[in-house]
Design a binder for this molecule. Structure first.
Ligand code: JFZ
Length: 594
């Protein structure tokens, strides 16, 4: 018996055990707060471009000058309980706050370095102590951001090349031993249980050093998670790039940190706030792909979270109050592709259809003008009941299997208008486990989307075509590499073939002019990837899509098809090459399915 118990306990790795609460949580609040909130994006009367917490670096402010900020830093309006209440009102389950950012200033009382909020500012209080108490009271997990590699205040830290230009003279190990490790020890000793340490920008840290740091964390608090940005794949989970939403192909646990405007640390002139609708949909999109959402606020030097952030957090919370069962503790979509006009999350016995775009999901009207008909393909589990989470009203459904096209179809009678402008959720009570047809197939609006990340890659020797974390092709630089897809079509007709490609990170550009050929259903198409227009990328505003029309294609019979996309010539001067997102087959307007 004893032996059995030991075996059962060891089935879960220590990392999995640590991840348990975090997987359930799905949603946390990030706080970037430090001395940089004082200049708030402006230095000596000049606006400094870029993210607020990087001002010391961007304006190349000497340590001796930046240090003076500490003497003015007096956030008298800081109230830990109010901040925790903001997180609580949002429905966030954890808070990650900057204990030390790249500027090297400790936002807690540190014995290791005098350069900290208790000793160096007129405030003299330890906000982390106060937050720890408030979090404990509210049932929120407190977590610390800690910049382990970059430290612009230390001669041996990484990144300050304006005070100490000769990086070869820097003794990074000394900095790690004398500042980082002792400070991490303080953070994990003096503030009670800590949910995770959010290390960041690993840069020059070695694999052995990352490992030592992770070991130190786990030695002090075995349940404390370590973020992926500790480096070298050593963390308990991966961090996506800032503001990037990974596709569901990511196998490890992951989290996306997101800004509410365009900065992390407070900037007085940044009013480019994302709408609550965008934020709610990001949360849903990330949950449906199995990730966590870490949404940032940047408090002022007075200690206040900006009002637009407080409002958005509360609005997200109002939505979660009604719809939280489809997010917190929910599992990702069982489908490898996205729904048309929305997405899916699940939990045992339930499937949640998150409908963002009512008119695209409910393609046409039902028996009367005030009923819309929504369809879902590929769900094989029996649905016992469908209802709207918004008001618990039961919806009429019919479920059919069409043998000729091997199609499971669920049809739902919906009200003509969306009950929730952000995301209306149709909950399905299902019998048994969720079972779905995972093959790529035409969607109820008639469009066939063949996403790059679901295609087969045919690499050539020495070639490098691969899929990045966004699900976009990178490194397709050679014409001897190609891709193929298998998919199912229900409707006969003539389809427009469109290639969707992506601009590269933060508008670094796009490359076109590639000549490609497509073979499908006995037809051979040739065309050029030219810019026929841009499209908003629903997952990431920073990287718009570029669409190119390649030609048209005739499907004369429902069934399974195979498509091969082979380039004849790739333009790769900028090294972007063919950044494929998907191949899209668009039916003629008005074609109605089944
Ligand atoms: C880092 C920091 O430099 C920044 O100040 C902020 O704290 C942010 C949350 O993290 O910036 C990064 C780190 C990684 C990526 C982008 C920005 N990335 O992987 O794309």
């Amino acid at each position: 018996m004893v032996l059995l118990a030991t075996c059962a306990a060891s089935a879960q790795t220590p990392s999995e055990k640590r991840l348990q609460w975090w997987r359930e949580a799905r949603f946390g609040m990030f706080i970037h707060w430090g001395l940089y909130a004082l200049p708030a994006g402006e230095w000596k009367g000049k606006p400094i471009p870029g993210i607020g917490e990087w001002i010391m670096n961007r304006a190349k402010i000497p340590v001796a000058e930046y240090e003076q900020l500490a003497k003015q830093f007096n956030p008298v309006r800081f109230n830990a309980e109010e901040w925790v209440a903001v997180a609580k009102s949002a429905g966030a389950k954890y808070i990650v706050i900057t204990s030390k950012h790249h500027d090297g200033f400790a936002m807690y009382g540190s014995k290791v370095s005098k350069y900290n909020i208790v000793d160096a500012t007129p405030f003299h209080r330890d906000p982390m102590k106060e937050l720890a108490a408030a979090c404990q009271k509210a049932g929120i997990r407190l977590c610390f951001y800690y910049s382990q590699t970059q430290d612009w205040h230390e001669p041996d830290g990484n990144g300050n090349t304006w005070d100490w230009p000769d990086e070869s003279k820097k003794d990074f190990t000394r900095y790690l031993e004398e500042k980082v490790k002792p400070q991490v020890r303080e953070l994990l000793t003096n503030y009670g249980p800590i949910g995770l340490i959010w290390f960041d920008t690993p840069r020059i840290i070695t694999k052995a050093q990352s490992q030592e740091l992770a070991d130190l964390v786990h030695q002090l608090q075995p349940d404390c998670l370590v973020s992926g940005r500790i480096g070298h794949g050593i963390g308990d989970y991966d961090s996506a790039g800032d503001n990037q939403i990974s596709v569901g192909t990511v196998k490890r646990d992951w989290e996306t940190p997101v800004t509410m405007n365009d900065t992390w640390g407070f900037k007085k002139d940044d009013n480019n706030w994302k709408s609550t609708t965008v934020l709610i949909r990001q949360l849903c999109q990330i949950a449906s792909r199995g990730g966590n959402y870490l949404l940032n606020v940047g408090p002022t030097a007075e200690g206040l979270i900006p009002q637009p952030s407080v409002e958005r957090m509360a609005q997200i919370g109002q939505w979660l109050k009604v719809n939280g069962e489809a997010i917190n503790g929910a599992s990702p979509s069982p489908f490898p592709y996205e729904l048309t006009g929305g997405l899916i999350t699940t939990r045992p016995g339930k499937v949640y259809l998150h409908i963002f775009d009512w008119s695209r999901f409910a393609a046409c009207c039902g028996p009367s003008q005030d009923i819309a008909l929504g369809r879902l393909y590929g769900l094989q589990s029996k649905v016992r009941r469908a209802y709207l989470l918004a008001n618990n009203s039961t919806l009429k459904i019919s479920q059919k299997y069409y043998k000729a096209t091997d199609l499971d179809q669920l049809q739902i009678q919906l009200p003509a208008a969306a009950p929730d402008a952000n995301d209306s959720i149709v909950a399905l009570d299902i019998q048994g486990e969720v079972r779905v047809d995972t093959s790529l197939r035409q969607q109820p609006n008639g469009v066939v989307t063949l996403p790059a990340h679901l295609g087969e890659i045919h690499n050539s020797q020495g070639g490098g075509l691969r899929i990045d974390s966004r699900g976009v092709v990178e490194n397709w630089l050679r014409a001897d590499e190609w891709m193929s897809w298998d998919f199912k079509v229900n409707d006969r007709g003539t389809y427009q073939v469109v290639l969707v490609t992506s601009e590269q990170k933060y508008g670094r550009g796009w490359e076109g002019g590639h000549r490609v050929s497509l073979d499908v259903a006995g037809q051979h198409l040739e065309g050029t990837v030219s810019n026929d227009g841009k499209e908003e990328n629903p997952g990431d505003a920073y990287w718009p899509y570029v669409v190119s029309k390649i030609g048209s294609l005739k499907i004369s019979k429902a069934g399974g098809y195979h498509l091969e996309l082979k380039p004849q010539e790739i333009q790769a001067l900028k090294k972007f090459g063919l950044t494929l997102v998907s191949v899209r087959l668009v039916p003629p307007a008005g074609m109605v399915t089944m």
